[in-house]
Ligand binder design. Structure first.
Ligand code: AMP
Ligand code: MN
Ligand code: MN
Ligand code: MN
Length: 284
């Protein structure tokens, strides 16, 4: 399979912090010309059977997907899993545990926001939640926009929900080793999501790539809605340097919020091995 394929292997539905259902996403992906699609909800694979069926109904190919929250060097890193067995019990349990601390974290976020004059944030965020096990910062951001505290969700993150800001509560997620192992033991392939987004030093990023590879990780996202064009070039070079295949995905969450729509991305640079070449026997 060529690198000239409209593959979109990263997006979110109401099963995590997106605003569209898996069925609505599949229809939108098809309308936008996506040929190979994966739904990658945060820490959750509950939407996989629906997404696969909806892809089939819309005549597009499908890979199972998820995006696992990991703590590495005191920073949250996201690991995308593709092409795994969606009924794998160990992976489901691992993800269930990963989702576990979200409720308590959300209540602490709400207490902190109350101290800066924002009342009822927990209840407010809950109104935006589709999956009770998956209350996320994104749902708080939508509540703060609705309440007129900020103009858009990006401003909420800047002012309230990132490290050092009043609504930020640090959290321990899965380990890198566990996340990669859950994916590979379920016959899937692990991908580092949007590597350009982490605030790592060069040494920390190098350690992440090497450890990820040592655990069996095979690819990094190169063309993603979270990268600048300069980062496409930077991470294309790093994929070659470390021997990683390359993935492509919009990270689409919502028509009103996401600046990059499903399937609307530049092609993967031709010199890279597309991740879908390693997953041909997992495509549905
Ligand atoms: P959580 O898993 O609850 O920590 O929430 C992480 C989610 O917040 C990410 O998956 C994004 O959807 C969203 N997010 C993180 N940083 C930003 C940002 N700066 N602007 C908008 N959304 C963000
Ligand atoms: Mn998200
Ligand atoms: Mn992410
Ligand atoms: Mn994402």
């Amino acid at each position: 399979m060529s690198s000239i394929l409209n593959a979109d292997l990263h997006c979110h539905s109401v099963v995590s912090d997106g605003t569209l259902t898996p069925e609505e996403l599949a229809a939108r992906a098809a309308a936008n010309g996506v040929e190979l699609w994966a739904l990658t909800d945060h820490d959750e694979i509950g939407g996989q059977h629906r997404a696969a069926a909806a892809a089939r109904a819309n005549g597009i190919k499908y890979l199972t997907g998820t995006e696992i929250s990991v703590t590495f060097a005191n920073e949250t890193v996201h690991i995308v899993g593709l092409g795994f067995d969606p009924d794998d019990a160990a992976m489901s349990e691992g993800l269930y545990d990963t989702r576990g601390g979200r409720g308590k974290r959300a209540q602490e976020m709400s207490e902190q926001l109350a101290k800066v004059g924002i009342q009822g944030a927990y209840e407010g965020a809950l109104r935006f939640v589709g999956n009770p096990e998956l209350i996320s910062r994104t749902h708080f951001a939508r509540f703060l926009v609705e309440g007129g505290y900020c103009r858009d969700t990006a401003e909420v993150f800047r002012k309230y929900l990132t490290e050092g800001k009043p609504g930020y509560v640090p959290h321990r997620w899965a380990t890198l080793k566990d996340a990669v192992n859950w994916i590979t033991a379920a016959k899937g392939l692990a991908v580092i999501a949007h590597p350009g987004r982490y605030k790592f030093t060069a040494n920390e990023e190098y350690a992440l790539f090497l450890e990820f590879k040592a655990h069996g990780g095979r690819a990094i996202e190169v063309v993603t809605g979270s990268h600048t064009p300069a980062e496409y070039v930077e991470y294309a070079d790093k994929a070659l340097e470390f021997g990683f295949a390359a993935s492509r995905g919009s990270d689409f969450h919502s028509p009103g919020e996401s600046h990059c729509d499903l399937g609307k991305l530049p092609w993967l640079p031709g010199k890279l091995t597309p991740v879908w070449e390693l997953l041909e026997n997992r495509i549905q």
